[in-house]
Design a protein around this ligand. Sequence first.
Ligand SMILES: *[C@@H]1O[C@H](CO)[C@@H](O)[C@H](O)[C@H]1NC(C)=O
Ligand SMILES: *[C@@H]1O[C@H](CO)[C@@H](O)[C@H](O)[C@H]1NC(C)=O
Ligand SMILES: *[C@@H]1O[C@H](CO)[C@@H](O)[C@H](O)[C@H]1NC(C)=O
Ligand SMILES: *[C@@H]1O[C@H](CO)[C@@H](O)[C@H](O)[C@H]1NC(C)=O
Ligand SMILES: *[C@@H]1O[C@H](CO)[C@@H](O)[C@H](O)[C@H]1NC(C)=O
Ligand SMILES: *[C@@H]1O[C@H](CO)[C@@H](O)[C@H](O)[C@H]1NC(C)=O
Length: 226
Amino acid sequence: MKNEDDESQVSPLTPSEIYLRSDEGSSTPAPYHGPRHQQKTSKLIVYILITFASFITIFIIFGSIFFLARTPKAKLRSVTITNLQANSNASSINNTNIATLKMTLTGEITINNGKNFGRFELENHKASVIYENVSMGEGDVFGGNFKARKTGSRNITVQVRSNDYLSNNTNFRKEIKSGSVYLTSYARLRGKVHITDAIRRHKTAVLNCTMTLILKDQAIQDLVCT
Ligand SMILES: *[C@@H]1O[C@H](CO)[C@@H](O)[C@H](O)[C@H]1NC(C)=O
Ligand SMILES: *[C@@H]1O[C@H](CO)[C@@H](O)[C@H](O)[C@H]1NC(C)=O
Ligand SMILES: *[C@@H]1O[C@H](CO)[C@@H](O)[C@H](O)[C@H]1NC(C)=O
Ligand SMILES: *[C@@H]1O[C@H](CO)[C@@H](O)[C@H](O)[C@H]1NC(C)=O
Ligand SMILES: *[C@@H]1O[C@H](CO)[C@@H](O)[C@H](O)[C@H]1NC(C)=O
Ligand SMILES: *[C@@H]1O[C@H](CO)[C@@H](O)[C@H](O)[C@H]1NC(C)=O
């Protein structure tokens, strides 16, 4: 009895009781239970949203691991130089400044497909040896498949020949004379990453390597691929 009295003394302070009393005549249990129903419903909605968000998160995590195609990385290595002929005749008698360079460059282009869960199907391409912005020759990079999660490679041979533009290039002439020539090897290696048999994504592995040719050694130094 005391408890009931206590409750009746406390309860008038709560807004819902006040609301009920002010509206006594027409009141039914429904408005009183209403907020609880709403609470249950909103909890249910929260649970559904949390479950939904969890599924989305799991889907995104798995999707990003298995279904996203990453760009394979291309690098040049094991470069050897043969048949080197270099000539800088800056001090020639009749004042024609002729600088020439001829050589055969062979090397291996590696394509790292290690971050993909599907094979990389490469098209046929050419890779160039470039001085500043002038191509000095191209070599074939044969297409084909590079296995998932593996690094594969292609051999490349480029016949390097300086042309008239380069013979007139002051920097080129200086470098030939100094005995070390700064070269770039460049290729855009386009292909498809096969995520499933049906889903393929075009990706281009960019080969961009700089190196220094040492004339007296017929060798390459400081080969750096970015
Ligand atoms: C300079 O050029 C001439 C012909 O133009 C050639 O005979 C000579 O060997 C060249 N000099 C050098 C150092 O290469
Ligand atoms: C002088 O220049 C001409 C071209 O202008 C070239 O044919 C010739 O070989 C050069 N002579 C020498 C000695 O470099
Ligand atoms: C290389 O660049 C220079 C200027 O930076 C330009 O004058 C020249 O035409 C370019 N050569 C080629 C082959 O694009
Ligand atoms: C690439 O070159 C290396 C060394 O020259 C050789 O052992 C290898 O068989 C070549 N690979 C292909 C696919 O030709
Ligand atoms: C190279 O320079 C010579 C002399 O300056 C000029 O006659 C010739 O046209 C130039 N060649 C090129 C490809 O620019
Ligand atoms: C190649 O890499 C060098 C050094 O990172 C960069 O300066 C250059 O712009 C790159 N070339 C191309 C064509 O992306």
